[in-house]
Design a protein around this ligand. Structure first.
Ligand code: FES
Length: 283
């Protein structure tokens, strides 16, 4: 993993200030954030300070950014030492950041690191001609085209020690170089034969609504199955637990009306029971 210490005092400049042009740019960055949130501009300002200082961040630049944003120096130092995009020591004209995270590692990053070590010496040192320095960093987000390295602002992918060596030769000689995949891949397309996403219906629109239709059909099927199952369960339960038939089952029944004057008359009672004399006790 990268060494995240500040450069020795002997290499540190005595002061740092943004050029008028960069100071103007910095003001614009800070203005993007609401009052009280100026600290959010810390990364762009550090980035600009690094660019102005020839590709690395001296302590004075870190402090100047902290002062401008009203942050304690230690807070900005924490940011600068956390992200490997900030070089804390002088770098070569071409700063090679080679990814050493698992996908790149299994695809050949170790060979790249060995090559750089053999050609330039340990990481973190500038080559005698001032052209190169290198550093192992964590994933740079181009894992599909592993192994890869970032050189200054560009990505170089699908590298081998041979292609990296040629790249460095061309850069040192000022020859144009090709960024991106070094084996002719377009973007992150498959390295060999295309074996996926070949079904044309994926792209012609004929699948629009297909999922919905499928879910609806499935829902209907499940509802039908539920209804059939419920009926079968009811029938099985009735067969296992037959209930005793009621005497009046299936027949119309007559119930006496609350007030039945005709029936009262037939029974020898007063027609309106409401006015009937109260029953007397039998002797
Ligand atoms: S693992 Fe190397 S770019 Fe992601």
């Amino acid at each position: 993993m990268a060494n995240r210490r500040l450069a020795p005092v002997s290499e540190q400049p005595e002061s740092f200030a943004f050029t008028p042009e960069n100071a103007e740019w910095a003001k614009g960055q800070i203005a993007k954030y609401p009052e009280g949130r100026q600290a959010s501009a810390v990364i762009p300002l550090l980035w600009k300070a690094q660019e102005q200082n020839g590709g690395w961040l001296p302590q004075k630049a870190i402090e100047a950014v902290a002062d401008q944003l009203g942050m304690p120096h230690i807070r900005v130092l924490e940011v600068a030492t956390f992200y490997t995009m900030f070089a804390l020591e002088p770098v070569g004209r071409y700063w090679i950041q080679v990814c050493g995270t698992a996908p790149c590692d299994v695809c050949g990053a170790r060979e790249l690191k060995q090559y750089l070590h053999d050609r330039l010496g340990p990481s973190g040192h500038v080559s005698p001609d001032g052209n190169f320095s290198w550093l192992e960093v964590e994933c740079l987000g181009a894992c599909c085209n592993a192994p890869m390295a970032q050189i200054n602002h560009d990505y170089f992918e699908d590298l081998t020690p041979e292609s990296l060596g040629k790249l460095m030769d061309d850069l040192a000689a000022g020859r144009p170089v090709k960024t991106g995949s070094q084996i002719g891949r377009v973007s992150s397309e498959p390295k060999d034969a295309v074996t996926t996403l070949q079904d044309e219906t994926l792209f012609d629109g004929s699948r629009v609504g297909a999922w919905r239709k499928r879910f609806e059909e499935q829902g209907l099927k499940e509802q039908g199955a539920d209804a059939t199952g419920e009926k079968a369960r009811t029938e099985a339960s009735a067969a296992e637990n037959p209930k005793a038939a009621r005497p009046d089952a299936g027949r119309a029944t007559e119930t006496k009306a609350a007030a039945a004057p005709a029936q009262n008359a037939a029974d020898g009672k007063p027609a309106d029971t409401k006015d009937a004399p109260a029953p007397t006790a039998k002797s």
